[in-house]
Design a protein around this ligand. Structure first.
Ligand code: SF4
Length: 313
């Protein structure tokens, strides 16, 4: 009976995958999936990567429709960079708790206290917040972005306090850190998780995301973005790795390095909104062209300036 049910499930999945492929051709669409998406969605995608890599893909593609399998700020960034394309997100409830922790009004209030400060916003922000910022950064280039600001300038850094601290530690620059954080999954990874994983796998290298707590960051061999993890795993001579970020990345890591072993520091490090997108929803998105993400032009132009300044570095 179990075997029969499994066969039926595989058959249904194959049918959906075929329908997605057919619709993708018909719509001249491209499917982009973040490294935290469920494995089936990563596997159907034309490109997987971190938010910035995917936005660059969105910008350079010839496709007319972009199905963005990630969270809303990522789809917004794709829309900011590619206003002539139709950007759709398969589930419009896929938000980011970290991005929600800073609003335009809160940022304006902080700016009024530091009128000469340069505002750096992490890509995990809404287009409106980016529009109120001078320059954006990602988890892989925050140090480079801070170092590009003249030494005599005050710097406001929003919204992630852990990335802000990590960037401060790396650059020695005084930063006014907004006290936001990724409420799931990074907050769920503890120093004890890393110590326990090290006991179980003493030869493994520890890679963690800079959104993790400082006690976790201090125990890591490498503090890197998801694209940095993929690069490090490929180039490293090590055969085993402990991974401190959302567990979706393990699928990409294992696929790219089948001969190596990857262990989650905490297997409950799951971003619930990233997991909202399923193959069925990707199919519906392509069939009905929902949900469209479009940034209002006056905000888009300003947000694009902040992103372009980062890309120019
Ligand atoms: Fe936002 Fe954290 Fe989910 Fe990333 S993992 S989308 S920062 S809530």
């Amino acid at each position: 009976m179990i075997k029969f049910l499994k066969t039926m499930r595989n058959k249904t999945q194959e049918e959906i995958i075929q329908k997605i492929q057919d619709l993708k051709k018909k719509r001249k669409a491209v499917i982009l999936a973040h490294n935290y998406q469920i494995p089936e969605v990563q596997d159907i995608a034309d490109f997987t990567g971190d938010s910035l890599e995917l936005s660059k893909k969105a910008h350079n593609t010839e496709a007319k429709v972009i199905v963005f399998c990630g969270v809303s700020f990522m789809a917004e960034t794709a829309s900011v960079l590619s206003p002539d394309k139709k950007v759709i997100i398969p589930d419009n409830r896929a938000g980011c708790t970290l991005a929600d922790m800073i609003t335009v009004d809160k940022l304006k209030a902080l700016k009024s206290k530091h009128p000469d400060a340069v505002v750096i916003s992490y890509v995990n922000t809404t287009a409106e917040v980016k529009a109120e910022s001078d320059i954006c950064c990602t988890s892989s280039n925050s140090v480079q972005v801070v170092n590009s600001i003249p030494k005599n300038k005050e710097i406001i850094f929003v919204p992630d306090k852990n990335l802000c601290k990590f960037t401060h530690d790396q650059t020695g620059r005084k930063l006014i850190c907004w006290q936001g954080w990724c409420s799931t999954p990074h907050i769920n990874i503890s120093a004890e998780d890393i110590k326990k994983s090290k006991q179980d796998h003493p030869d493994a290298k520890v890679m963690v995301h800079p959104e993790c707590n400082p006690e976790v960051v201090n125990l890591a061999d490498e503090v890197v973005s998801t694209s940095g993890m993929l690069r490090f795993a490929k180039e490293s001579k090590a055969d085993e790795f402990i991974i401190g970020t959302e567990i979706g990345i393990l699928h990409s890591l294992k696929k790219a390095n089948p001969e190596k072993k990857f262990y989650p520091a905490n297997d409950k490090a799951i971003c619930p909104t990233m997991k909202l997108i399923t193959l069925k929803k990707v199919h519906r998105a392509l069939k009905d062209l929902i949900y469209v993400v479009k940034v209002e032009e006056s905000i888009r132009e300003k947000a694009k300036k902040a992103i372009d300044r980062m890309l120019a570095l």
